[in-house]
Design a protein around this ligand. Sequence first.
Ligand code: 8OZ
Length: 370
Amino acid sequence: MPRLFEPTTAGQIQLSNRVVMAPLTRNRAPNAVPTALTTTYYQQRASAGLLITEATAISHQGQGYSDVPGLYGTDQLDAWKHVTDAVHAEGGKIVVQLWHVGRVSHTELQPEGGKPVAPSAITAKTKTVLIKDGVPTFVDTSEPRALKAEELPGIVHSYTVAARNAVDTAGFDGVEIHGANGYLLDQFLKTGSNQRTDDYGGSIENRARLLLEVTRSIVDAIGGGKTGIRLSPVTPANDVHDADPQPLFTYVVKQLASLNLAYIHIIEGATGGPREIAERPFDYAALRAAYREAGGKGAWMVNNGYDLALARDALQDGADLVAFGKPFISNPDLVARLQQGGPFNTTDKNTIYGGGAEGYTDYLTLGAQS
Ligand code: 8OZ
């Protein structure tokens, strides 16, 4: 059985262990630029086998919340270079999560106050966060407009430029395509948000087309061995649902199998919530089997509500990597704590989104606490 604390690889990325820090939105990047605190935060967590950054916008249009970072300007790339240098100095590995929010945005966050874009003009029944005078406020997302087919190559291009800059300029070890949680690519995948009648809507093949075009283009630019993707077959996050997710995601992973990706990252159940959803059953073992049968060789990464015992079971059952989210917020040395069986700091819910060092860089390691 593969062991959680032994070295492994994800495509071309060498990992010191199988514990991954999941992407975590922290809303601490004013004007979409990471700060020196961001560098400290990731450096503190570099003992993870792999760090996945918080979701990072590939374009201004891809931005959906106040104070989340981007990857489309030189100031942003420079700031991320400080982060990757600091993580590498500690012997860690870090990929950036490439994000386009689609309809989960607000006109106040969009270029020239325009409508957010989506596969179809269907408003998500969800909230976004606007930070005004330092105070985070939840607001309804704005009504989106449907993207024209001729705009889609531009979106593929934005993803590809961001991926190339992430690796060549910002020093990342790779990228993770955010195909989950009800953001743009997931909106295209699922019937509840995609009612298009062109080549990007209707059949499974059509709904998966944009995600696959983005992935293939990124793989052409930086190589499959540096490319991962995150998927969430049944999450209700951001008001997405699909009428029949098992064949949809089976098709997606079979298509991904030939791309030699570094990893596939699956959120099991409701993001940050229950691992099983009674009215949305899903067979994750069958999904992985379909990927392997189609020749998919990348690492299989699992996520959502894992603890040490569940992680060990998952490795036993055939997973390769386990991503931990909230525990990494309050335990910068989570790997050492898991290795020792605890103790674990609890996460202060009030300092997750927005603010400064408090609840961000001031959680202590075991050594500093004893
Ligand atoms: C929490 C708050 C805002 C965004 C995701 C990027 O769910 C997010 C996110 C999480 O993937």
